[in-house]
Design a protein around this ligand. Structure first.
Ligand SMILES: Cc1cc2nc3c(=O)[nH]c(=O)nc-3n(C[C@H](O)[C@H](O)[C@H](O)COP(=O)(O)OP(=O)(O)OC[C@H]3O[C@@H](n4cnc5c(N)ncnc54)[C@H](O)[C@@H]3O)c2cc1C
Length: 434
């Protein structure tokens, strides 16, 4: 039986381990931190006995690999998928305007949703639809060197629609600004969200924590199939001979008996691995050099426990606010700021006070005295920045060794660094084995 060692127990490594074990490969999964799940994990607020996630993860109907994995793990009934697109956009004055697709044939329903989206003038709405339809006909090569802002300007999008619509979509899906984001990746995102199926733009809302949704069932499945996983075990070095990895050293073990290795760790972690030949000489690899050029963007999440919850919708998108999303979990709400370079440097108390006054502005039904507890989670390297440089790097990063492969949200998936990209990469890595 072939033995595959997978380094990194985030969603990409876990997915790869799961599908390889289903194919009866012998798998060893090695994770550096005490917990599995990487950038997706759940915590518990003991005082209220509530499970909450490190960050509210926005998922959509176009997360095909993710939804397949959820179904394979037997958790399909643990996620709610909107019947059709419906997003409440909230204005500073408390007014809510819905982007809602009516019961029409797809994709006519999307055009109708946009036409009814009263946030913009009739002319602006037509321009947005025109831009969206243009995506179907524009070639990647024409936009590969453009940032999203350059592309939007080229396509005559108004400042108002960029600020109130496109920015929200870009920051929410790519975790960076229109100035930095690559037009090519954004085109892929728009094609997936708006034009891949009738349900692709629906929001997917997990009813349980991410650990219960993904991590626990995968670890259980690995255990039941007799496979090994180990935490607090960090890969330190790889020894290479005749173009193959022949030895793996971690802080706990040395591994010689394996056939293949999959590195499912982020670029900044890959950079730190020592790669040596059998004489012990350090090798300088192109892929590690390339990793240094990848940049990251932070995400800030605040979870507020409420003595009285005044919110009626399951989630809201806030226009022109430091808070991009509010997700309503009943006893608590989760607030997300993507591309949070500025906010992340602030003290937790300061963030709490600012978020409270922002919510009071946007939701007259809310007042800060309703908050009885809060947690603030800062993730400095939440995702890579999908800029033009990273697109070129990602498309040109290949493993130099015969028995070594990569997985991870940063690999060649054409998608921004997302759950879908991580799971797709893990599945693709497993598919490369017979
Ligand atoms: C706060 C936050 C909010 C997010 N919001 C969204 C969202 O709304 N929608 C969405 O789709 N995505 C979102 N993402 C992104 C998503 O979480 C990631 O894209 C995905 O989890 C990446 O999975 P991965 O397996 O590629 O990497 P990781 O999760 O980073 O996993 C890599 C693992 O490798 C381990 N590791 C590193 N070095 C070593 C070593 N030397 N030896 C052994 N193990 C090692 C790490 O500890 C880690 O567990 C968000 C991320 C964050 C942080």
């Amino acid at each position: 039986m072939n033995h595959v060692i997978i380094i990194g127990g985030g969603l990409s490594g876990l997915t790869c381990a799961y599908y390889l074990s289903q194919k009866k490969y012998k798998v060893t999964l090695i994770e550096a931190s005490p917990k599995f799940g990487g950038r997706t994990y759940s915590l518990i607020n003991d005082e209220f006995n509530d499970i909450y996630d490190n960050g509210q993860h926005v998922m959509m109907g176009c997360y095909y690999e993710t939804l397949k994995l959820i179904a394979d793990l037997g958790n399909r009934d643990k996620v709610e998928i909107q019947k059709s697109l419906e997003i409440p956009f909230v204005h500073e004055d408390g007014k809510t305007i819905y982007l809602k697709s009516p019961k029409l044939f797809y994709p006519l329903n999307l055009a109708a949703a946009m036409m009814n989206f009263k946030l913009f003038s009739f002319k602006e709405r037509l321009k947005i639809i025109d831009f969206l339809t243009d995506i179907l006909f524009s070639a990647d090569k024409d936009i590969c060197d453009l940032s999203v802002i350059e592309w939007l300007m080229e396509k005559n999008q108004d400042e108002e629609s960029i600020r109130k619509f496109w920015e929200i979509l870009i920051v929410g899906t790519m975790n960076t600004t229109a100035e930095k984001a690559s037009a090519q990746v954004f085109k892929k995102v728009l094609s997936e969200v708006f034009f891949s199926s009738s349900k692709s733009s629906s929001m997917v809302i997990p009813q349980i924590g991410l650990s219960e949704l993904f991590i626990e069932p995968i670890l259980n499945s690995l255990k039941n199939s007799g496979n090994c996983f180990s935490n607090t075990e960090r890969l330190i070095s790889l020894i290479v001979d005749q173009n193959r990895v022949v030895k793996i050293t971690t802080n706990k073990n040395e591994y010689h008996n394996f056939d293949d290795i999959i590195l499912s760790i982020p670029p900044h972690a890959l950079e730190k691995i020592d790669i040596k030949n059998i004489k012990g000489e350090l090798l300088i690899t192109d892929f590690q050099m390339a990793m240094r050029e990848i940049k990251y963007s932070p995400i800030l999440n605040a979870h507020f426990w409420l003595k009285k919850n005044p919110f009626t919708e399951k989630f809201y998108s806030l226009i022109d606010s430091e808070i991009h999303w509010l997700f309503n979990h009943g006893s608590y709400i989760s607030l997300t700021t993507s591309a949070a370079e500025y906010s992340i440097e602030k003290e937790r108390k300061e963030i709490f006070i600012e978020f409270c006054s922002e919510l009071e502005k946007y939701f007259p039904i809310f007042n800060s005295e309703m908050v009885i507890d809060y947690k603030i989670i800062k993730e400095k390297r939440a995702t890579i920045i999908p800029d033009c440089t990273s697109v070129k790097l990602r498309n040109n990063i290949f493993s130099p060794f015969e028995n070594m492969k990569f997985a991870g949200d940063w690999t060649i998936t054409d998608l921004p660094g997302t759950i879908e990209s991580a799971i797709l990469s893990g599945r693709k890595a497993s598919d490369s084995f017979a």
